[in-house]
Every structure is written in structure tokens, then in C-alpha cells.
Design a protein around this ligand. Structure first.
Ligand SMILES: [Zn+2]
Length: 150
């Protein structure tokens, strides 16, 4: 199951694209503003990226991360960066993707005895598709993403 290559089911959540990467809101976010940075080419491991992809990835991080942290009011610019590689890592999709999860001092993982990594692994989400669509709309506006939904 690799939705990042089939472009079905996740095209609705893209809000930014560079030449070699795309950024999308997670379809089952653990918090709102939980986004993914994904290479367009099918790779499984960070170490498979060529130099031009690594350069492009750094640029995408520079553009996407500060804006997302600002939009979602991350406390003191806190965020989780999670990258799962290999079948035993807990990854949900076998296509490289980095999770960027803005963190707030009052978020559910601070207030309750919850494990954010477990929730990522289980695709646990307390948000609906309508919530996700709304956030994608906000992100597309912020990132001036005008491409038609795939
Ligand atoms: Zn793929």
C-alpha cells in the first residue's frame, strides 16, 4: 500500500510542491498541522536520495517548517520530526516521508498520558476528513498552492 506513488487518496491533501518533493497534511493527523514531506520519486530510505534531492529537501524544509510552526502556534517553535525507515521502524507507508508535528505546551500529548509515536504508528487520529480538508484549505492559501486537486 503506497498512496504516495499512486497519487490517489492523498492528492487532496497536498499544499506545496517543489521539483522533487511535496508537502501534504497527514490524512490522519495526531494534531492539526501534522504535515508530511515526501519525495516524488519512490525511495524507502533517506540514504537513497541523490544530491539534488537532498538539496531540494533542505529547501522544502526551510520553506514549510517555519510557516507551519507559525500557523499552528507551536510553543517556542517546538515540533517532532519523525522519519521511519525499514519494515521494523513502525512506518505505515513504504515510501519515505518525514512527519513534522507542531507541538504546543497545552497539546493533548502534554496533558494526557498518550504516546505520540504510538499514535503515528497506529494512524490514530481524533480528527475528521472535514477537519483535514479545512486545514488543507488554510495551508494552500498560505502557501499559494493553486494546482488542481489530483
Ligand atoms: Zn512510492
Amino acid at each position: 500500500m503506497d498512496p504516495f506513488c499512486s497519487k490517489e487518496g492523498f492528492g487532496r491533501t497536498i499544499f506545496y510542491e517543489s521539483e522533487k518533493f511535496m508537502a501534504l497534511h497527514d490524512i490522519k493527523p495526531v494534531v492539526l498541522g501534522h504535515v508530511l514531506i515526501v519525495p516524488k520519486r519512490h525511495v524507502l530510505d533517506l540514504l537513497e536520495l541523490d544530491n539534488s534531492e537532498k538539496d531540494d529537501m533542505r529547501k522544502v524544509f526551510d520553506i514549510v517548517v517555519p510557516k507551519v510552526l507559525e500557523m499552528y502556534k507551536a510553543s517556542e517553535n517546538s515540533y517532532d520530526l519523525t522519519l521511519q525507515v525499514g519494515p521494523y521502524s513502525g512506518r505505515s507507508v513504504p515510501h519515505l516521508h518525514a512527519h513534522i508535528i507542531p507541538r504546543r505546551k497545552d497539546d493533548v500529548y502534554q496533558r494526557e498520558d498518550k504516546n505520540i509515536y504510538e499514535d503515528i504508528k497506529l494512524n490514530a487520529s481524533s480528527f475528521s476528513l472535514e477537519d483535514v480538508d479545512r486545514e488543507v484549505g488554510r495551508l494552500r492559501k498560505e502557501f499559494k498552492y493553486a494546482r488542481e486537486t489530483l
